[in-house]
Write a protein that binds this ligand. Structure first.
Ligand SMILES: Cc1ncc(C[n+]2csc(CCOP(=O)(O)OP(=O)(O)O)c2C)c(N)n1
Length: 328
C-alpha cells in the first residue's frame, strides 16, 4: 500500500507504522533500564543490549503474523518485544522473579514464548540457525505454511552451524529468512578483521540463494526487503540471506569498556539512529505530527516503567522450586 510517499506492503497501515514507532521506543527504554539496573547491581548474571539495533527487530517482525516464528540470539530483547513479548514477564525474568518467563531462573538469554511464535533466544553463538531450519522443515513437511525469521550476528556467520543450516535450507527450499544483524563487532572483534569479504550477504551465492544488504537502521528498507523474502519463502521459493548493517551502541555485555573502538565511530553511528530516522520519515509522510510522536514515545516509556514496577513487586522463586524445570 502507499502511505503518502512511502511504498509499503499492504499489512503496513498508518496505524501499524505508529505502533512500530512506539515499539522501537519500548525496545530502547527496556534495554536502557536493564543497563541502569545492572550498573546498580540490581540485576545479576549478564545481558546483551540491543540499543541502536531497534530497526532490524521491529521492521523484520512487522511483516510476519503470529503463526510465523522467530529464532532469536543472545542479543534478543528487541526480537522478543517485537514478537508481542510481554515486557512485564521479560523484566521480571531479568530481576530473577517468579513471574518471569522462566520463573526467574533463566535470565535474558533463555526467554521463549511459543504461543506467540517466539522459539527463543540462544546463548550459543550460531545455535539458533539449526533450530530455525528444523522449524522451517516442520512447516514444509506438515504443510503449515508458516515462515521462520532467523536472527543471528556477524560473528555467528563464521560458525559451522551457519553454513550447514543455510545449505540445508537452500537445497530443501525451506521457508526461512536468515537475518544477519551485522553490528560491526563480535565481542571485541571487528567484522573487517574476521572476514575477508565486504558483505556477509555475499555468502548467499555459495548456497545458490538470494543475498541482500540493507541499511539496518532504515525501517522502510527493512520492511520491504524482509517482506519480499517472506513472500518468496511462503510461495515455496526457499530462503534468503539478508544482512542488516547496524551498530550496537552499548558494550558487548555488561562489563565491556569498548576499548576496541573510538568514540568518534560511536558518534557517527548514533547520528544514524534508526528511531530518529523513522520519526522523520513518518512526519514527512504526514503519518503523525511531532506532538503525536512524543505522545507515543511517552506511552512506550510508561509501559517500561510499569514493567519495572511489576518486576520489583514480584516475589523471588522459593527455595523449594530450585530444582523444578531443570532438564540437565
Ligand atoms: C559457540 C560460542 N562461541 C563463543 C561464545 C562466546 N560469545 C558470546 S557472544 C559472542 C560474540 C557474538 O558475536 P555476533 O554473532 O556478531 O553477535 P553480537 O554479539 O554482535 O550481537 C561470543 C564469541 C558463545 N556464547 N558461543
Amino acid at each position: 500500500m502507499k502511505v503518502k510517499n512511502l511504498e509499503l506492503p499492504k499489512m503496513i497501515t498508518e496505524e501499524k507504522l505508529k505502533d512500530l514507532y512506539k515499539e522501537m521506543w519500548m525496545i530502547r527504554y527496556f534495554d536502557e533500564k536493564v543497563d541502569q539496573f545492572f550498573a546498580k547491581g540490581m540485576i545479576h548474571g549478564t545481558t546483551h543490549l540491543c540499543v541502536g539495533q531497534e530497526a532490524s527487530a521491529a521492521g523484520s517482525i512487522a511483516v510476519i503474523g503470529r503463526k510465523d516464528k522467530i529464532v532469536s540470539t543472545h542479543r534478543g530483547h528487541g526480537h522478543c518485544i517485537s514478537k508481542e513479548g510481554d515486557v512485564n514477564k521479560m523484566m521480571a525474568e531479568l530481576f530473577g522473579r517468579e513471574t518471569g518467563y522462566c520463573k526467574g531462573k533463566g535470565g535474558s538469554m533463555h526467554i521463549a514464548d511459543l504461543e506467540k511464535g517466539n522459539l527463543g533466544a540462544n546463548g550459543i553463538v550460531g545455535g539458533g540457525l539449526p533450530l530455525a531450519v528444523g522449524a522451517a522443515l516442520t512447516s514444509k513437511m506438515k504443510k503449515e505454511n508458516y515462515v521462520v525469521l532467523c536472527f543471528f550476528g556477524d560473528g555467528a556467520s563464521n560458525e559451522g552451524s551457519f553454513h550447514e543450516s543455510v545449505n540445508l535450507a537452500a537445497i530443501w527450499d525451506l521457508p526461512v529468512v536468515f537475518i544477519c544483524e551485522n553490528n560491526q563487532y563480535g565481542m571485541s572483534g571487528p567484522v573487517k578483521e574476521m572476514t575477508r569479504i565486504e558483505n556477509i550477504a555475499d555468502r548467499a551465492g555459495a548456497y545458490g540463494i538470494p543475498g541482500k544488504v540493507v541499511d539496518g537502521n532504515d525501517m522502510i528498507e527493512i520492511i520491504n526487503t524482509v517482506n519480499e523474502a517472506v513472500e518468496n519463502a511462503r510461495a515455496g521459493s526457499g530462503p534468503t540471506l539478508i544482512e542488516m548493517k547496524t551498530y550496537r551502541w552499548k558494550g558487548h555485555s555488561k562489563s565491556d569498556a569498548k576499548k576496541y573502538r573510538t568514540r568518534e565511530e560511536e558518534q557517527e553511528w548514533r547520528a544514524k539512529d534508526g528511531i530518529k530516522r523513522f520519526k522523520e520519515t513518518l512526519i514527512n509522510a504526514e503519518v503523525f505530527t511531532e506532538e503525536e510522536a512524543k505522545q507515543l514515545q511517552d506511552e512506550a516509556y510508561q509501559a517500561i516503567e510499569e514493567a519495572v514496577k511489576f518486576a520489583e513487586n514480584s516475589p523471588e522463586p522459593s527455595m523449594d522450586s530450585l530444582l523444578e524445570d531443570v532438564y540437565a
